[in-house]
Write a protein of this length. Sequence first.
Length: 139
Amino acid sequence: MKKILVSACLMGYDCRYKGDNCKCEKLTELGKDNVLIPVCPEQLGGLPTPRMPGERVGDKVLACDGSDVTEQYARGAKFALGIAKENNVEHCILKANSPSCGKGVIYDGTFSGNKIAGNGVTTELLLNNGFEVITENEL
Ligand code: SF4
């Protein structure tokens, strides 16, 4: 039985910025034979739910009103990394496109729905520490 770090919103927790979730049914199946460990880096970083959406802009993360939430995103990423290490997770399944959890593709920082190549803040930290990260789209 493997331990897998998972974006909490994919497991049905209402932790998205709008206060809803994006439950992924494939994870329900995966959870029958594996230990899924949910994390929401944005909540772990101290942001409320609901909250303003954020997007990566260069080396910062800005909320849609222009306020700087880089510190909260970085803090949440560190907490998520700590949980991944403590549990010695086999890999991570994180939410596609998110400024925290996305892998390979993220929103472009204009809040227009456009996407660019890049990783979310948490994904970047996990990859830099040797963890394998995939999104729900790769299941
Ligand atoms: S930070 Fe990650 S886990 Fe939390 S709501 Fe956003 S995509 Fe889901």
